[in-house]
Structure formats: C-alpha cells, structure tokens
Design a binder for this molecule. Structure first.
Ligand SMILES: Cc1cc2nc3c(=O)[nH]c(=O)nc-3n(C[C@H](O)[C@H](O)[C@H](O)COP(=O)(O)OP(=O)(O)OC[C@H]3O[C@@H](n4cnc5c(N)ncnc54)[C@H](O)[C@@H]3O)c2cc1C
Length: 524
C-alpha cells in the first residue's frame, strides 16, 4: 500500500537536519577487511554497540547503507524515557514481578547511559531538558494514583500531578491529572547520534557510510559479509538494521512490523506559547503512539503523532498535527507547520526489543519500536558485554523471542487497532470533559444557594417582607399568560431559581447560571 511513491518523493527536510552539528563524511568500504565484530546499521543501536565494543579494545567496523542516523534514530521525537513499548502490566503478566523489576532496572540504565554520555563528553547541540509529563485526558485521579503506586513498586521515579498543577503548566481544559517522570528528559537525537559516532570513532571503531551489506554467510567461525566494493570477515556480526534490514536477513526482517509516524515543528509562536505551554520537558497526552510534544527553539512546538502501516506523504499530515495543537490549546490561534517529516519504527508482536544471540557469533539488536532512545543504549551495553566479557544478562530478554509479525495481515490488524483505540480515547476524553462541566455548574449553583442563606417559604415571611420580595409565589407572575393555572408545573420550574434567591432579609440573591461554563472559562 502506498499513498505516494516514496522513490520519487524527496524526503521533507527535518528540523533536526536544519539544526544539526557538523556531519563528517565517513568513507565507503572499498577493500576487504578482517575485524572482530561487524555491526550492520549506524542507528542508535548499532552505534552504541560499536562504541562499547571499541572501548573494550576489540576491533569493530560499522556498515551503514545510507548516512549515520538517517533513519528513525535521527528523525524521532527525542524523548528519553525509562521502560519499554510494552506496558508494565503486560510485562508482569508475562514474566512475573521479579523479572519485570530486573528488566525495568536495565531500562533505567539505558536512560542513565544516554545522560552520562552527553554529560561526560559535553556532546554539542544535544540540549537535554529534564522531565516527562504523561497527561490524562480523562478525569480518573484514583486510576492515576494507582498507576503511580504500581510504577514506584517496580522502581520508577514518578509522582502524581493533580489537575490544577497540570493546568498551571499546560492551559488546556482537555487535561486532568498526570504522571510526572523525574528521571526522563528530551534531547536532539540526531546530534546525540552524531556525537555517539564521533565517540565510537575516537575509540577506534571504523564506520563506513553508503555501504550496504548485500549478503551474509553467518555459518562459519568467521562470518562473511559482502558489500558493493569490499568484503568483511568477522567473528561476530550484530544485526542493528531495524526495518531496513529487508533482504539481507528476511527471516529477521519478517519479525518486525514497520510503522510510520509523523513529526511536525511549528513556525515560531512567539510569546503566546508561554500563555499555554509553560512546561519545558516532554509531554504525552495519550497512551498510544500519538500525541507527544515539546518546546523547541524557545517558541516552537515539536509534535509527533498519527500512525500508518503503509508509506504516506508526510506533508499530508501537517494540517492534522497542527489541528491537534489547536484542539488542545484553542487560544493559541492559528498554528502553521514549518517542517513535517515521517519516520519508520520497527515493532515486534510482543512490543519488546529483540536483544541477544540468535546463533554462535550472530547477534541482534532490534525492534525498539517507539521506545528506542533508552533501549538502544541498554542493548548496546548488553551486547558488547555479551560479546567481549561473556556476560549473559541479555538472556533476561529470552522470553521475548523472535516471532513472525504477521505480514500484511499483521499490519492491517495493527492499523485497525490504532484507529479503534484512537476513537475510544477521544470518546473517553469527551465524556470526562462533559462530566467536569456538569460538576462545575453544580458547584456554582450550590455556592450561589449557600451564599443566599436559608430559604424561608413566603408564607412564613413577615407581611412587610412579602411585599418587598420580588417573588409572589401564590400570585400569578406579571408575564404569565392570562388564564394559565396559577402554581402550575411550568411556573414552578420557572420560579425555582428566583425563590432560592430570596434571602432571609428578603433581598434578592444572585441567580445561579443557566448553563454550565465553557471548558475554557474554567481554566483561562
Ligand atoms: C517519528 C518517530 C518518533 C520516535 N520518537 C521516539 C521517542 O521520542 N523516544 C524513543 O525512545 N523512541 C522514539 N522513536 C523510536 C526510535 O527512534 C527507534 O526505536 C530507534 O531510533 C531505533 O534505532 P535503531 O538503531 O534500531 O534503528 P534505525 O535508526 O532505523 O537504524 C537502522 C540503520 O540500519 C541501516 N541498515 C539497515 N539495513 C542495512 C544493511 N543491509 N546494510 C547497511 N546498513 C543497513 C539503516 O540504513 C539505518 O540507518 C521514534 C521513532 C519514530 C519513527
């Protein structure tokens, strides 16, 4: 399925390309080479494995079919979060609590690895900004509280933010309580990947760009890899090619479902952005692949969302992503897209990454889905330790073996589920906002009644106050059609508010509002 033919469409420029640090050109492989380890793919997974192996003193070469981090690793939203694409509940259900805690700790180590690598090496242009706010669009504080407790139980550093605190940072009537992740942050992922490549090269790793691995013979003690202009022999080969691996290893490629998602950066929004978005960290407001956003360049928003299992022209999603912003923050006014692009992530059926040895000397680091910034770092360390030190911590991922992703049927099911869940989430959000409007209207009515003081039935008022009172319950109202029965049903309803408004001293209290306040009036 294609919306357009991707081979004839130039990829739209990304904001990351426009703001990246210098990108040195690495050579093509034009000769035969013998190394200890050959890594296929220079995304974040391949670069981390290669750097870690080189730092341990082994010889390593990276083959990259295009340019470094040209695929998902240089096109993503840049959220570095603990955990995995699979939910905590899903993990516990499948592997039990203790095993989940151990995997969770590894995922946190992945976050720490990225932070440490940036800090220790002063990587330029990566600009880490702390915090992740996972906002709920439904008003379920008890559920959020329970989530926070469960997450703390497995070792996550989280706190609950009540609705008022969320809305103090994000002025949207769509938002209720949130989970705040203190150990998360966001970065410029392309600059991080380019920094990682430099560190790997400094440690002795040889990187070859525009050098696709065309075929491989993984059977012998020395694996043989063929590229257009040179061959490579290595004791170990690491497949870190994500969904682009294709024909090189079809059995592996078929275990990944390619999922396209889209990223937009707005034109500068000026000072008005601060009125609505004051939180500087990463923000997600659904549990699905969309919507995630953050401030970049001081006054622009980067927004990612929407999912297609087929190739689609990113430009077609610009207005949809801009509309997502105005739905959240109507007061922002018109939002224009400056850049929009797509990226392809590789998802496994079990939503967990594929990490470890498939055969003697044949390793895989793949399937990180939309949660790859911490997990590629974690996988890089685990595989390097596995190859060089014989450490088998990677076996903790053994329950998540290679499973066929279902081909076209799997893709169709995934797309259908995405649409269905999006619809269900939108409905749940509308219901929550409706309930909140009703609750606020009732609270205002109750406050007005309380302010009015106790109600005294007119027949018990002193005679002089009955004359002063604006309501004559027993007498026909001035505008009552002649002949209408006094004290009839419609009149009782009509006068109910006024009667409540009669204070003990006979003066008129303020009438409660007829309609619930608009969502905006409750927050802005
Ligand atoms: C739009 C988008 C937003 C995302 N946002 C986030 C986020 O905020 N946080 C997060 O944690 N994750 C996010 N992700 C996911 C994350 O980007 C990926 O999980 C991660 O980058 C995967 O890294 P990788 O190294 O496995 O694969 P890739 O980055 O895809 O790299 C694989 C590389 O292998 C090369 N290759 C493949 N086959 C061959 C071959 N035969 N020969 C030579 N080279 C080959 C490819 O050219 C490619 O460069 C997002 C993904 C997308 C698409």
């Amino acid at each position: 399925m294609t919306d357009t033919d991707p081979s004839t469409e130039p990829l739209p420029a990304t904001w990351y390309e426009a703001t990246r640090v210098a990108r040195p050109q690495h050579p093509r492989l034009g000769f035969d080479l013998d190394v200890d380890v050959c890594v296929i793919g220079a995304g974040l997974a391949g670069l981390t494995v290669a750097r870690e192996i080189a730092m341990r003193g082994w010889s390593v070469a990276v083959l990259e079919g295009g340019r470094i981090a040209e695929a998902a690793s240089g096109r993503n939203t840049g959220f570095v979060l603990p955990g995995f694409a699979e939910s905590v509940d899903g993990l516990v259900e499948r592997i039990g609590l203790d095993h989940t805690k151990r995997l969770w700790a590894l995922s946190e180590q992945g976050v720490d690895y990225v932070r440490r690598t940036i800090d220790d090496n002063n990587l330029p242009g990566v600009d880490p900004v702390p915090g992740w706010l996972r906002v709920h669009q439904t008003d379920e504080p008890d559920r959020v509280r329970a989530d926070v407790e469960r997450l703390r139980w497995i070792g996550a550093d989280v706190e609950m933010w009540p609705t008022e605190k969320v809305r103090a940072e994000l002025s949207s009537a769509r938002y209720f309580s949130a989970v705040h992740w203190r150990n998360a942050f966001h970065i410029h992922p392309l600059n991080y990947a380019l920094g990682l490549a430099r560190l790997a090269a400094d440690a002795g790793c040889r990187i070859f760009e525009e050098t696709p691995a065309l075929s491989i013979d993984p059977a012998g003690v020395r694996k043989r890899i063929v590229t257009p202009n040179g061959r490579l022999r290595a004791a170990h080969v690491v497949f870190a090619g994500n969904v682009q691996l294709g024909n090189l290893m079809p059995s592996l490629a078929q275990t990944l479902l390619p999922v396209n998602t889209f990223v937009m950066v707005t034109e500068p929004l000026g000072n008005r952005l601060k009125e609505f978005v004051r939180y500087r960290g990463a923000i997600s407001d659904t549990a699905r692949a969309d919507n995630h956003y953050r401030i970049v360049d001081g006054d622009r928003l980067m927004v990612s969302g929407r999912v297609r299992v087929w190739q689609a022209d990113a430009g077609r999603f610009a207005s949809a992503l801009a509309a997502d912003v105005t739905r959240k923050f109507p007061g922002l006014g018109r939002v224009e897209a400056a850049q929009v692009w797509s990226g392809t992530l590789g998802r496994t059926i079990h939503r967990m990454p594929q990490i470890g040895a498939m055969a003697e000397g044949v390793w895989v680091a793949s399937g990180f889905a939309g949660h790859g910034l911490n997990t590629t770092a974690m996988a890089g360390e685990l595989i390097a330790r596995g190859i060089v030190d014989g450490d088998d911590t990677w076996r903790l991922f053994a329950p998540y073996e290679l499973v066929w992703a279902g081909g076209r049927t799997g893709a169709a099911v995934a797309q259908g589920l995405y649409w269905w869940r999006s619809g269900a989430a939108a409905l749940a959000g509308s219901l929550s906002r409706y309930r909140e409007r009703r609750r606020l209207a009732k609270a205002e009515r109750d406050a007005a009644v309380a302010a009015a003081g106790p109600v005294i039935p007119p027949e018990r008022l002193p005679a002089d106050q009955i004359a002063a009172a604006p309501v004559a319950a027993a007498a026909p109202a001035a505008d009552m059609p002649s002949g209408a029965p006094s004290g009839g049903q419609p009149e009782r309803r009509k006068n109910r508010g006024k009667r409540r408004g009669v204070k003990k001293d006979g003066s008129e209290g303020s009438a409660p509002p007829d309609a619930a306040p608009s969502p905006e009036s409750t927050t802005h």
